[in-house]
Design a protein around this ligand. Structure first.
Ligand SMILES: Cc1cc2nc3c(=O)[nH]c(=O)nc-3n(C[C@H](O)[C@H](O)[C@H](O)COP(=O)(O)OP(=O)(O)OC[C@H]3O[C@@H](n4cnc5c(N)ncnc54)[C@H](O)[C@@H]3O)c2cc1C
Length: 254
């Protein structure tokens, strides 16, 4: 059966606005307190790099809780990969990190967040990615798409984490790093042995030193806790970047 573009759009819209059943296929430790969760979502309509979905859990008594999670990757056969950091006093993340097992089912809704996406060929302006902790997830999706499509836009990633063990997608980032993706880590508590830099929180000066300067008009994607994203965005403005060049995604918390 042939489908007209308007019918296809309306079907896709209906699929996005519905809740999809997701089955946990694989769980693996991402960091000491985070899990990488692979879900089988046969009705997943696909998603753009940077977008997120809502996960809904339902307790035996019918109580429901939902939270947003960025899509690290999704495949044409409906596998969706998430990476979730545990907030020990949280409602949803401790379950996903410690309790979810292959075969469990949950519900997902999405993809969501079309403003915080990077599309291959979108612009030839350089792209600066800035992540704090689990805020790496949507930016990782963008870096992978950049690599897979062999897009020639220069990418730079500045990634702030507590310790080397807290790096999300550590091996993948090592493989992706190269002439078109320059990766800089900031370690706030402990650095790898022999690390040449200092250990400590990002400052406005260190941000300026390891990001693309305003004169090059980078498109900047900032993602992390609310405090991280807002502090970094304020510094970027002080450094001379335009508001319209800065896109932020806030994961919550302070
Ligand atoms: C668009 C979007 C995408 C997201 N993607 C991811 C992702 O890929 N991976 C991921 O691990 N999380 C992600 N998050 C955060 C996630 O939605 C939840 O907020 C997080 O998992 C905590 O949920 P919870 O139910 O465990 O904690 P809650 O019960 O909601 O909160 C417990 C306590 O922790 C605080 N808190 C809530 N969120 C955070 C936070 N992020 N940092 C610090 N403190 C917090 C609350 O204020 C509260 O005091 C995303 C959030 C958004 C809005």
């Amino acid at each position: 059966m042939n489908t007209s573009p308007s019918t296809a759009r309306s079907v896709q819209h209906r699929m996005r606005s519905t809740w999809h059943t997701a089955t946990v296929v694989e769980t693996r430790a991402e960091t000491p307190r985070a899990v990488r969760l692979t879900l089988a979502v046969p009705t997943w309509p696909g998603s753009e790099p940077g977008s997120h979905l809502d996960v809904r859990l339902t307790a035996p008594d019918g109580y429901q809780a939902s939270r947003s999670y960025s899509v690290a990757s999704s495949s044409p056969w409906g596998h969706v990969v998430l990476a979730i950091d545990e907030l020990p006093d949280g409602e949803v993340s401790p379950f996903l990190v410690n309790e979810a097992r292959p075969g469990d089912t949950l519900e997902v809704h999405g993809p969501l967040g079309s403003y915080f996406v990077w599309r291959p060929g979108q612009s030839d302006r350089p792209v600066q990615l800035i992540a704090g902790g689990s805020g790496l997830v949507p930016l990782y999706a963008m870096a992978v798409a950049h690599d897979l499509t062999e897009d020639s836009t220069p990418f730079r990633l500045l990634y702030s984490v507590r310790t080397p063990a807290d790096v999300f997608f550590a091996d993948e980032l090592t493989s992706l790093a190269g002439p078109l993706l320059q990766v800089t880590h900031v370690y706030t508590r402990e650095a790898p042995t022999g690390w040449p830099g200092t250990v400590g929180r990002l400052t406005r000066e260190s941000l300026a030193a390891c990001t693309i300067p305003p004169a090059e008009r980078p498109r900047i994607y900032v993602c992390g806790s609310t405090g991280f994203a807002e502090t970094v965005a304020a510094w970027l403005l002080e450094l001379g970047h335009a508001t319209t060049d800065i896109l932020t995604e806030r994961f919550g918390g302070l």
